[in-house]
Write a protein that binds this ligand. Structure first.
Ligand SMILES: [Zn+2]
Ligand SMILES: [Zn+2]
Length: 358
């Protein structure tokens, strides 16, 4: 990426070298996520030229001198937010909010490449069991893990509760799958009927077609314009216990807050970058109904084992969310339009795939 909102190009660059505390990973699978579009659109503080990509899995190809727990050939993934391993947050097990965190594809060159450097490997790498494919493991680095942590550690969704998910792209479908595993009742909202069919296939109890609730949506509004909150209140008999905004738009976030029942919990996952304008939200409802608002910023590597055990055991199947595997050239071609035309399900890049656009 040579400039903000410019064309993306696949070409040879220098191989990365491992940081003293880090590794270089040979990328075998890397997810195409809406966050990559935000970086391309100039919503993040990146240095040009730039290589995007932050959801990855592969094998360790080189190891820095200070790394003690990892060797060449290890199958690994890592959270997109790499903690420093030394600060108060990291020592408390919360590397996902480390004040000195690095993020491949944002703070340094990312994984839309054959090789990527990762920092603080002993804090951030996660071993991928042989039963879990690189494609499935890549999705754990951002969207699936963020949805998992949003529902389990943040909203603490329990069996029998209602969850309403705004946006049925990668994050939203992950949330549907995880919520059904937890025994919750699920309403999925999206403006794309194909996305809603995918949500139904994953077990969503109800789907609602909106004019704004798509992860590919870029519209904004003042909330409640399309009647979604009223329909959720009706289906759930007083509102959803938990809502997730997996879109990151003013209307999806406002609709999600207005869809909660009294004392309900909302988790914001979709990005609302300040550079795109801060949202106007119904805070009077938050106060009057004592609603809880949470953020979810991925998941620390230390918290992965519980989720990975469920993936390894087949209780959670992130691989079912993957709709297609493409090469870097095709990814470069579709990323700029990702906010308008993001395909249904997850798209994974395999850098070894070459050749013309499919
Ligand atoms: Zn830290
Ligand atoms: Zn992501």
């Amino acid at each position: 990426m040579e400039r903000i909102r410019g064309p993306l190009e696949v070409r040879e660059v220098a191989d990365p070298v491992p940081p003293a505390d880090g590794v270089v990973v040979q990328v075998r699978a890397t997810g195409l996520c809406r966050s990559d579009w935000h970086a391309w659109a100039g919503h993040d503080d990146i240095t040009l030229p730039h290589v995007p990509g932050h959801e990855l899995a592969g094998t360790v190809a080189a190891v820095g001198a200070g790394v003690t727990q990892w060797s060449v050939g290890d199958r690994v993934t890592a959270p997109f937010a790499e903690g420093c391993g030394e600060c108060e947050s990291c020592l408390a097990g919360d590397a996902q909010v480390c004040s000195r965190q690095r993020q491949p594809g944002f703070t340094h060159w990312g994984s839309f490449a054959e090789y990527v450097a990762l920092y603080a490997a002993d804090t951030n790498l996660v071993a991928v069991p042989s039963a879990v494919s690189f494609e499935a493991a890549a999705s754990l680095g951002c969207r699936f893990a963020t949805a998992y942590r949003a529902l389990t550690a943040r909203a603490r969704l329990t069996a029998g509760e209602w969850l309403t998910v705004f946006g049925s792209g990668g994050v939203g479908l992950s949330a549907v799958m995880i919520a059904k595993f937890l025994g919750a009742r699920v309403i999925a909202v999206d403006r794309n009927t194909g996305a809603l069919r995918a949500a139904t296939a994953l077990g969503a109890d109800h789907v609602l077609l909106s004019d704004s609730g798509s992860e590919s949506g870029s519209e904004s509004g003042t909330g409640d314009a399309d009647g979604i909150p009223e329909r959720v209140q009706e289906i759930t008999g007083g509102g959803s216990h938990v809502t997730v905004d997996a879109v990151g738009s003013e209307q999806a976030c406002a609709d999600a807050i207005l869809s909660l029942r009294r004392r309900g919990r909302h988790v914001q996952i979709g990005l609302l970058p300040a550079a795109a304008g801060r949202p106007r939200l119904p805070m009077e409802r938050v106060i009057g109904w004592e609603l809880d608002l949470f953020g979810s910023h991925g998941m620390a590597a230390a918290d992965y084992p519980g989720m990975l055990a469920l993936v390894e055991g087949g209780e959670l199947r992130p691989q079912d969310l993957i709709e297609r595997v493409i090469g870097l050239a095709e990814a470069a071609a579709i990323l700029p339009a990702f906010d308008q035309a993001s395909p249904v399900g997850m798209t994974i890049i395999d850098p070894r795939v070459t050749g013309p656009l499919s």
